[in-house]
Design a protein around this ligand. Structure first.
Ligand code: SF4
Ligand code: SF4
Length: 307
């Protein structure tokens, strides 16, 4: 169902016409339609961090519990960057939240469900600093909504589906993913540690909160007390902070102040590493990067959580 992060394929239901927000398309989905629920009986829904936040709160479970009970693992790229998909009902391909009356989590359904029957792609051209949004109509044979007479612009449809809040909340995360995907082999093999960090900050918000609350994190990062309080009490602020943290840890985009003594120690460590880097093999470079991420996590993780 979700077409996010994928290119349209020749045999795909994704119509090969790229649309903008002001283009019109014909579609209407409603409870009385003969195909009601069909689209939720065979799903492949990629979850975003904000999807998880909304769903775990709706179900009143921790992020870890939500991941364990309602999701499936997937990979976001050919390097194995970890992602999550919505789970299936046992023994079927139906969404785990499908009920005979329709979606069991409708007010908090994921962004991909809100987009349907549209596909969305954020593309960044080489050397361009900004993302380009492209929309595609997804016409699956079972979906009769395309035969309904209603027509609307993409903008109107997305507003009606409440997509905006999800897009805003996930925007920086998408940038992290795009950057990681588009970096290609030039940046080297992504390390296991970078994947762990990505997973923690993207999906396990309760685990990330514990990380931010840890003594090690406070020793490493120089945030005002009021900011700590905000991060520990406002989940949406914490999620945005998680994306900042990812950009800093994975790409060196410094936006979170580091305590001067920690910064000096890290700079010294990096200088030593850089000095011997030129002579290293690709495996040695990957091991070094592992150690760098390990030091970030081990410095900052709460005691007793050094997995
Ligand atoms: S979350 Fe709801 S709308 Fe989305 S696939 Fe599941 S049942 Fe359907
Ligand atoms: S019209 Fe399409 S989106 Fe709506 S219930 Fe039917 S199959 Fe699902």
């Amino acid at each position: 169902m979700s077409e996010e992060f994928r290119e349209p394929k020749p045999d795909s239901p994704v119509q090969p016409v790229s649309l903008t927000l002001d283009d019109r398309f014909r579609f209407r989905c409603h409870k009385g339609i003969a195909c009601f629920n069909k689209c939720c009986e065979n799903t492949d829904i990629l979850l975003t961090p904000y999807d998880l936040l909304r769903l775990k709160n709706r179900l009143d479970v921790s992020s870890r519990e939500f991941i364990d009970r309602y999701t499936r693992d997937c990979e976001l790229d050919s390097h194995g960057m970890p992602g999550l998909k919505l789970g299936h009902r046992e023994g079927s391909t139906a969404c785990v939240f499908l009920t005979p009356e329709g979606c069991g989590v409708y007010a908090d359904r994921p962004a991909a469900c809100r987009y349907y029957a549209l596909g969305h792609m954020a593309l960044r051209k080489k050397d361009s600093p900004t993302d380009e949004e492209a929309y595609f109509v997804v016409k699956e044979a079972h979906c009769l909504g395309h035969h309904e007479p209603q027509e609307q612009t993409i903008r109107e449809y997305l507003a009606e589906q409440g997509v905006d809040r999800y897009d805003t909340a996930n925007r920086e995360w998408r940038r992290v993913v795009l950057k990681k995907r588009s970096a290609g082999p030039a940046i080297g093999r992504p390390t296991q540690r970078s994947f762990e960090l990505f997973f923690l900050a993207s999906y396990d918000l309760d685990g990330f909160r514990a990380f931010v609350a840890s003594e090690g994190f406070r020793k490493a990062f120089d945030l005002p007390q009021a900011e700590y309080v905000r991060l520990l009490t406002d989940e949406e602020a914490l999620l945005q902070f998680a994306f900042r943290y990812l950009k800093q840890a994975l790409y060196g985009e410094q936006s979170i102040p580091v305590h001067p003594q920690v910064a000096a120690a890290r700079a010294e460590r990096q200088r030593e590493q850089m000095a011997s880097r030129a002579a290293m093999s690709a495996e040695e470079r990957a091991r070094l990067q592992d150690e760098l991420y390990a030091s970030l996590l081990d410095d900052d993780k709460p005691a007793g959580d050094k997995s």
